[in-house]
Write a protein that binds this ligand. Structure first.
Ligand code: SF4
Length: 382
């Protein structure tokens, strides 16, 4: 069981290294995909390895000259990686515009790597508008055509259907792990769960599925003797929370039982209809997302993130909520006051932790987390 997790952790730690090795072995194309709403299934059906681009661990150096300091760490890291030549193994990037900062990032990458095709497509952000379905279908048809131009041949509908089935299988396996973790039937740390999901954003899907199936067969039930504080983790859009923060939450007495992180449940919660025509199925998948797990970069009437979070925290029997917010993430900053107010009104313990690409002061965070765990323990006992 550990060897599978070790492999997931290695891939998660060096996604571009995995992509480079895959390319050397197969001779195939690698397509970078921007989070959070683009269907990598289409790039897979084109015979490529879709790789969701990740923030890396390097400090921002030459990227400083091309990006504002008040861009989130993910955008600054993407630009820095582009300027350091880290994207030289990519054959294209599928770019979306789910926040305004990404528009600037796309322009900087275009200007600095002119030979790298940027497949830029705008997905509508008001996803319950009357015109949203037709517009989303048009966007995905356009992306389909752009991928065909890139690879120089048609992409068969049958291949898209096969990719949808494979991706659904992988998501379903990860959701089983989530169920096991919620019910205390498997002891997976937040670090390990992140490795499972993050590696699926990068790895050859069939390989990831095979490893996950092996992992699920071998899994052991490891109930903890210590009563930890059950924590729901929320937020951190687009890029993975730093592992030292996840570790600290657990060493301070928390046990993460569920989340809505992009490098977590947000990435796997929805499957794509395998029977409907593929473009329609992809559009339905995209347009129904906010009704299941609301995203602050999309708007839909009657789907409030704070109401979703209150229910999700209750459903998984979490004792409290920790919100991880990347510094300068505007969509998240706009929504957070509603979440805070709703949790205060309901009396559910919650804590906001702001994160930065450059890291956070762990000693100060440790004190805040220990205090939060103590308050939450007392609230549960009251
Ligand atoms: S949504 Fe937030 S984390 Fe994602 S790119 Fe925009 S500012 Fe950065």
């Amino acid at each position: 069981m550990e060897d599978v997790l070790d492999l997931f952790e290695d891939v998660a730690a060096d996604s571009l290294g995995y992509a480079r090795r895959w390319k050397e072995e197969t001779g195939g194309r690698v397509i970078g995909v921007l989070p959070m709403h683009f269907p990598a299934e289409l790039a897979h059906a084109a015979g490529a390895l879709p790789v969701i681009l990740q923030e890396d661990e390097e400090p921002i150096t030459i990227g400083h000259k091309s990006v504002f300091n008040f861009y989130c760490g993910f955008n600054r890291s993407l630009i820095d990686q582009a300027l350091r030549g880290k994207f030289s193994g990519l054959d294209a990037i599928m770019f979306g515009d789910h926040c305004v900062q990404l528009l600037g990032t796309a322009d900087v990458i275009r200007a600095n790597i002119p030979g790298l095709p940027i497949l830029f497509n705008q997905l509508c952000s008001i996803i319950d508008a009357e015109w949203a379905l037709a517009e989303t279908e048009r966007t995905f048809q356009q992306l389909w055509k752009e991928l065909e131009t890139l690879i120089g041949r048609k992409i068969d509908e049958a291949d898209v259907r096969a990719s949808i089935r494979l991706f659904n299988r992988d998501r379903g396996l990860m959701r089983r792990l989530y169920d096991l973790r919620r019910n205390g039937q498997i002891a997976l740390s937040a670090r390990q769960m992140q490795a499972v999901v993050k590696s699926s954003m990068v790895m050859d899907k069939a390989q990831h599925c095979a490893l996950l199936e092996r992992f699920l067969t071998q899994k052991r039930s490891e109930p903890s003797a210590v009563r930890s504080v059950r924590v729901f983790l929320s937020g951190h859009l687009c890029h993975a929370p730093k592992l030292d923060i996840l570790d600290l939450i657990e060493t301070c007495g928390g046990r993460v039982v569920d989340d809505d992180l992009y490098h977590g449940f947000r990435f796997i919660f929805a499957d794509i209809d395998e029977q409907a025509p593929p473009v329609r199925a992809l559009a339905d998948w995209y347009l129904s997302r906010n009704r299941k797990v609301p995203c602050p970069t999309r708007a839909v009437k009657g789907a409030d993130w704070e109401q979703y979070l209150l229910k999700a925290v209750a459903d998984c029997r979490a004792d409290g909520l920790i919100v991880l917010m990347a510094k300068f993430c505007e969509p998240h900053m706009f929504f957070y006051p509603e979440i805070k107010e709703a949790f205060e009104r309901r009396g559910v313990p919650h804590l906001l932790v702001e994160t930065e690409h450059e890291g956070v002061a762990l000693e100060a965070l440790k004190t805040r987390l220990e205090t939060f765990m103590e308050i939450t323990r007392r609230a549960v006992a009251a």
